[in-house]
Design a protein around this ligand. Structure first.
Ligand SMILES: Cc1cc2nc3c(=O)[nH]c(=O)nc-3n(C[C@H](O)[C@H](O)[C@H](O)COP(=O)(O)OP(=O)(O)OC[C@H]3O[C@@H](n4cnc5c(N)ncnc54)[C@H](O)[C@@H]3O)c2cc1C
Length: 487
């Protein structure tokens, strides 16, 4: 097992893409086998020494940012163990990068369908945050593709959970039996919204035990092996980036497009386009909104599909002549880069401003979306704080990014965020649809589930991590663990 302690070498592990500052740790540990993970976690548990698990560091909530103790890096646990082409299942270690996985799969005509957008994320990180990608409109989040997880708890005990084998209910007391001990857990009883959500532990009646660990943000154990289901690469995919002369026209188009079988349905507002114009001079000057979608198709259906989309786009006054279209992998890569440039440019602004962005990850049920969107615009325009709105409009899940330039704007942004949270909760929404809570969104989680719900999460964590060493301050403040008598 490699251990690094030189601050200049390990300091890159003290941050992620959230802009959260002040992280520190004594060492980074790179286990190369499960045995090494087990020994390390057992030692840390007996010494009550905090451990922060690190994936690719692309998270945007500060979840992998350590505040003391050791960092358990998964970089060396990076093998693709098996690709079963018949059963369409890949088994990987957590440190495999998404980009590496997709390259290996594409050699076999296969694809990992949820495909979260950041290629440098590790598979283990995406499972731990239940990430979703641009094609979430059709394929849904990571959770839907996880067939089996191997997890090492902080006690060193290993769980090997296969989907479909072990079901649990809200409020139930269960017991996990290991060679040396039994762990007793009380499953929380709060109710989750019936939409895509990555806010706190996943809890439902008659839920699969595996789902408790998906999206648990490094707080319950180290995921050491993952079996995920695969798909076949679609025969052909066409991608459209459509510019609109005004926001209303774009939103009306989205309403119609939601009824179609697209892979993705994404939106960028005027401020997003203005930012992108700095890099991409070919964005039409008269465009005020952009809707992006992709459609899988068979060769024989090409002209009918194109015609039907063009009809719908023209009906809603899209700037069709100036829009971007791709029907080859090479062209699509260019559009992918274009789309990916926006979060990159936002992160550059964050670094320049030296203040974290205040970025929402809120989703609401279908019926509440127009009201939520209006509320965003009203509050943001009144605030005069720089912002962009973009994201997964097909799932009523937009990322509002406020970009404060001063401390005063930062605290105002946080207060506006709380207004958004309250509005979303009143509409039956979630305060995090894909990024998780990390260290930055505790207050919003409490607004969603109340003190009782969050206390239930803390109590569950303590049952699985009795020494309370893993991912401290992720999901809820570590002070809550004191109230639950960690020992
Ligand atoms: C430009 C950009 C675009 C993005 N687009 C998207 C998007 O479209 N959709 C989306 O969902 N996210 C997106 N993200 C956010 C990010 O990529 C995801 O949250 C991703 O899942 C994080 O993976 P990671 O490996 O980088 O994890 P890290 O940031 O290293 O860690 C995230 C969490 O997972 C835990 N963890 C990591 N590995 C393990 C393990 N093996 N066992 C237990 N816990 C573990 C960590 O402790 C931490 O709590 C984007 C980020 C950027 C920078």
């Amino acid at each position: 097992m490699i251990i690094k302690r030189d601050k200049d070498i390990i300091k890159c592990y003290f941050e992620d893409e959230s802009g959260l500052l002040g992280g520190y740790a004594d060492e980074v540990i790179y286990p190369e086998s499960e045995k090494e993970v087990i020994n390390f976690l057992q030692d840390s548990s007996s010494g009550h020494a905090p451990v922060t698990i690190s994936g690719g560091g692309t998270g945007v909530t500060g979840a992998r940012v350590p505040f003391g103790g050791s960092i358990l890096a998964t970089d060396s646990l990076n093998k693709i163990i098996d690709i079963d082409e018949k059963r369409l299942i890949a088994t990987v270690q957590p440190g495999v990068r998404l980009s590496e996985l997709q390259i290996e799969l594409s050699k076999k005509g296969l694809v990992y369908l949820p495909d979260p957008t950041e290629p440098n994320a590790f598979v283990g990180g995406t499972v731990s945050t239940n990430a979703s990608g641009a094609k979430g409109f059709k394929y849904g989040p990571t959770r839907n593709y996880i067939k089996r997880l191997k997890i090492i708890l902080s006690s060193g005990d290993a769980l090997d959970i296969k989907r479909g084998e072990f079901f649990i209910n809200k409020g139930e007391d269960i017991s996990l039996k290991f060679k040396k001990r039994d762990l007793k857990l009380k499953i929380p009883a709060y109710s989750m919204p019936a939409i895509k959500s990555a806010a706190g532990y996943y809890i439902k009646d008659n839920m699969d035990m595996i789902d408790l660990f998906i999206g648990s943000e490094g707080t319950l154990g180290l995921i050491t092996e993952i079996s995920l289901s695969l798909g076949k690469e679609p025969e052909r995919v066409m991608s459209f980036f459509n510019f609109f002369p005004d926001e209303k026209a774009a939103l009306k188009f989205v309403k119609d497009a939601k009824a179609c079988n697209t892979l993705s349905l994404e939106y960028m507002d005027e401020n997003s386009l203005n930012l992108l114009r700095q890099r991409h001079k070919n964005i039409p000057s008269d465009s005020k909104a952009m809707v992006y979608f992709e459609e899988a198709y068979k060769k024989e259906d090409e002209s009918s599909i194109t015609e039907s989309w063009m009809g719908m786009l023209e009906k809603h006054n899209a700037l069709t002549e100036k829009s971007f279209f791709a029907d080859s992998e090479k062209e699509r890569e260019k559009l992918k880069e274009f789309r990916h440039a926006l979060p990159e440019m936002i992160n550059e602004i964050v670094k320049k401003n030296k203040l974290p962005k205040v970025g929402t990850d809120i989703a609401v049920p279908e019926g509440g979306f127009p009201e939520m969107f209006e509320f965003y615009k009203e509050r943001l325009l009144y605030s005069k704080i720089d912002f962009v709105i973009f994201g997964h409009i097909g799932e009523n899940h937009m990322h509002v990014n406020m970009l404060p330039k001063t401390e005063a704007e930062f605290s105002k942004s946080r207060s506006i965020y709380m207004d958004f949270v309250k509005k979303a909760v009143s509409l039956g929404g979630t305060i995090s649809a894909e990024h998780g809570i990390g260290k930055l969104k505790h207050a919003y989680l409490e607004a969603m589930y109340g003190k009782k719900g969050v206390a239930e999460m803390a109590s569950l964590k303590k049952s699985l991590d009795p020494a309370c060493i893993l991912g401290l301050d992720n999901i809820f403040p570590k002070e809550l663990l004191k109230n639950t008598n960690c020992h």
